[in-house]
Design a binder for this molecule. Structure first.
Ligand code: SAJ
Length: 420
């Protein structure tokens, strides 16, 4: 049924998904607005970091199954995996979906399936159908003709974990929400090309809310852990020990507090529920606020430690204080600094005027945001030798291996539960 598949958006989700179709001998046309991404992929290389992906892309391109372009071409199925950030006031920004819809509309043909994979507010798939219908009045769509529509449309949210994308794309179950039964059945057939998990059929709105629910569930649970860390600090209880103890209960499973919630998913998606039903989604909103507040709380702790360190320094000069920030990534063992609380905290510490020794074993150079003259990227051992204050912001594996050395630091703010 699907000889040629087109993936619109070749980012963290689109590229691995396109590559998996290509690895199953499907002809895949990848489309992206970035010429750099397109030319990198056409050389068999990748412009993002994801374990196991580069080798698959190289083979797919070499064997002629994957090709990238900036202009959409006709295909049997179109998958849209473009960003859905939020605008001011946490309102969802569907402009990338709108642009993608307008870009593919001219090449759509009777019998095509269009799948929206981007995490979206409830109603976005119907909105995409409306944009397509507006651009192609000569074709019929499911909101007009149901099962008999020329173009079938479904929502099939991605739900893979960055760092494990290639594996989880194959093994995770998929929720498939067609705008008609036919759309769902077509989408199941499409994903079964490489998905070994179950493909569960529902409608588009339920599929949209399901994805938002999964990430909101995690956000609420992390917020509970982060709130506990602040409660424990006030009450003089070690939160890491407390959680380990409480988790001995057979029906309690508390997540881990941290420097805050980062990345492009969990810190964003719950707002899509809040913005559509603000009166009802009060817990989800509060969880977002608790998690968004956590980096400021950590920063206050670091400031207090710096004040203590200053008191011990002859001359009391801020520029003489060295603060080691362990971890910049948004979570352990990845190089992704997008929406990273650790990066935000480190940037704020640098603004205080002290010397910042940033330790991030997963990157080779500092991001522009951190490029001040008082910030340098250091190997762990070097930072530990001179730091007056050590802040543990991310629990990278390599830090766990050096926990003895880290715990000898004169002043430690441990947001990640490494030394406790
Ligand atoms: N975090 C904590 N404490 C924890 C767990 C996580 O503070 O106990 C923090 C992390 O450090 C990070 C943030 O939360 O800053 C998010 O990390 P994550 O590992 O929970 O999730 P993501 O953003 O990498 O991926 C999530 C996943 N969703 C769920 O687990 C429900 C993934 O399956 C989704 O596909 C992805 O969002 C997405 O694309 O939506």
């Amino acid at each position: 049924m699907f000889k040629t598949i087109s993936m619109i958006g070749l980012g963290y989700i689109g590229l691995p998904t396109a590559t998996l179709f290509a690895s199953r001998q499907k002809k895949v046309i990848g489309v992206d607005v970035s010429e750099r991404a397109v030319s990198t992929i056409n050389q068999g290389k990748i412009h993002i970091i994801e374990p196991g992906l580069e080798a698959l892309v190289r083979i797919a391109v070499q064997d002629g199954y994957l090709r990238a372009t900036t202009t959409p071409e006709p295909a049997d199925a179109f998958l849209v995996a473009v960003p859905t950030p939020f605008k001011d006031g946490h309102q969802p920004d569907l402009s990338y979906i709108e642009s993608a819809s307008k870009a593919i509309a001219p090449v759509l043909a009777k019998g095509n399936l269009v799948v929206l994979e981007s995490t979206s507010p409830v109603g976005a798939t119907e909105q995409m159908a409306a944009w397509l219908a507006e651009a192609r009045p000569d074709l019929s769509f499911p909101h007009q003709a149901g099962e008999d529509a020329d173009i079938q449309i479904a929502h099939c949210p991605e739900r893979v974990l960055p760092g494990k994308v290639v594996e989880e794309l194959v093994t995770n179950d998929r929720v498939i929400g067609g705008m008609s039964d036919k759309a769902s059945q077509m989408a199941v057939a499409l994903y079964k090309t490489f998905v070994e998990g179950e493909c569960i059929v529902t409608n588009a709105r339920a599929a949209e809310l399901c994805k938002l629910t999964e990430n909101s569930f995690r956000d609420v649970n992390i917020a509970f852990a982060n709130e506990l860390s602040m409660v424990c600090d006030e009450l003089g209880v070690n939160v890491w020990e407390l959680i380990a103890l409480a988790n001995r209960h057979p029906r309690v499973n508390i997540l881990q507090p941290g420097a805050g919630v980062g990345g492009h998913c969990i810190a964003v998606d719950p707002w899509f529920i809040v913005s559509s039903v603000p009166e009802q989604a009060r817990l989800i909103r509060t969880a977002r606020e608790v998690n968004d507040h956590k980096p400021e709380w950590v920063l206050d702790k670091v400031k207090a430690a710096i004040t203590d360190a200053l008191a011990d320094k002859p001359g009391n000069v801020m520029a003489d204080i060295k603060v080691a920030c362990l971890g910049l990534a948004f979570k352990p063992d990845i190089d992704d600094l997008r929406e990273s609380p650790a990066l935000a905290i480190t940037t704020q510490i640098a603004k205080l005027g002290c010397q910042v020794l940033a330790v991030e074993p997963n990157i080779e150079s500092l991001p522009a945001k951190l490029s001040g003259s008082n910030v340098e990227l250091n190997p762990l051992e070097q930072a530990l030798t001179t730091a007056d204050v050590v802040c543990v912001l991310v629990k990278h594996r390599s830090f766990i291996e050096s926990v003895q050395d880290i715990s000898r630091a004169p002043l430690i703010i441990d947001a990640a539960g490494l030394v406790n």
